[in-house]
Design a protein around this ligand. Sequence first.
Ligand SMILES: Cc1cc2nc3c(=O)[nH]c(=O)nc-3n(C[C@H](O)[C@H](O)[C@H](O)COP(=O)(O)O)c2cc1C
Ligand code: SF4
Length: 374
Amino acid sequence: MSFDTCRIGGIEAKCRLVRSATFEGMGNYGLPTENLAEMYENLADGGAGLIITGMMATNKMEPRQHCQIRIDDDECIAPLSQVVDRVHQHGGKIVAQLVVMGSAILMPETPEGETRIIFSPSGVTEKVGKWTQESQALTVDQIHELTDAVAKAAARAKKAGFDGVQFHGAHGYLASKFLSPHFNTRTDAYGGSLENRARFLLECIAAMRQAVGADYPIWVKLNCADFMKDGSLTFEESKQVMAWLADQGVNAIEVSGGNTSSLPRKGPIRAIRRTKEPMYFKAYAAEAAALLKGKTDVGVVGGFRTIADIEEALESTDLAFISMSRPFLRQPDLPNRWKSGDTEPALCISCSRCFGAENVDCIFNKKEKEKQDA
Ligand SMILES: Cc1cc2nc3c(=O)[nH]c(=O)nc-3n(C[C@H](O)[C@H](O)[C@H](O)COP(=O)(O)O)c2cc1C
Ligand code: SF4
């Protein structure tokens, strides 16, 4: 079942195994490098049903890392379309993940001669261990400017030939911060009730739909819950937001959870050998998929490591797809291996040492390459 061709979230896919968005750090001042194109070619050759890019910067109001891919200007369309073409030539499908980072930004850099602002719904300081991130509360005009930037980015993705777009509504990035009563203490139309806290996300989706037309696939990555000490976004609230997204014609929702302020071991990227809890958002996503059956496709990411578990999840629930991130870094050809009958679990040990600023790769692959080069 996992390896049958299928239609998920409005896209014809090779199979139901999706490469979840994974920041690559392979941009040269925001534009794609040869490394990036080769990495996506490998994923396409390796049999991923479809590939979701690492998060792309959509606006010029906030800082970003110079190695983060951007789609904040029309000049990005031609170079991005070359990457898309190479994926298509290798039989793959590729969806552009669009983000407004807000105060979850890591290693902010501002291009020379420009002024950029780290912003958040209410200017609540973000604390992660010893690290704190101050931010500026957004004005309503700035919110509208960002919504407009997201819509323009979606239109550019369509022009560049991407098979769809995914808006990043999870992991504490700006749309997820708006949903959180911990970080969003606004008293205007963008804060307070769930309806108000969801306004930024829903307005971004509406603006994107307006920009790309009725038939172009729009996906959303969303937290099932924030798993913070004070609750923050709850699963009950998340299910309501998912229902609103489905009503707005979102083609697929990829369920994740947590952020950098979540309780210990409750973030989005977990050390599953230590927690002994693989597939950590499966139950939430399966419940959401049953609820939204016939309205939108629901998938899930987080801790899937064996084809047996993936098959079981697809057969016993209404989930339309299963995503993985870290296993694809270690083994870009994992779907083809599994398809060929080699059903060994993914080699990824979920140590998360692949995190890095530039040229993100599995630490074991890096060591292997260093040995070969020596
Ligand atoms: C190096 C790295 C970069 C990531 N970058 C992104 C990203 O750009 N956008 C996003 O939505 N999630 C990102 N994630 C989170 C993954 O998409 C995924 O939600 C998480 O790793 C759990 O899935 P896994 O257990 O299959 O790795 C990243 C994860 C890793 C390890
Ligand atoms: S560094 Fe660790 S978590 Fe990342 S891909 Fe390699 S084994 Fe997996």
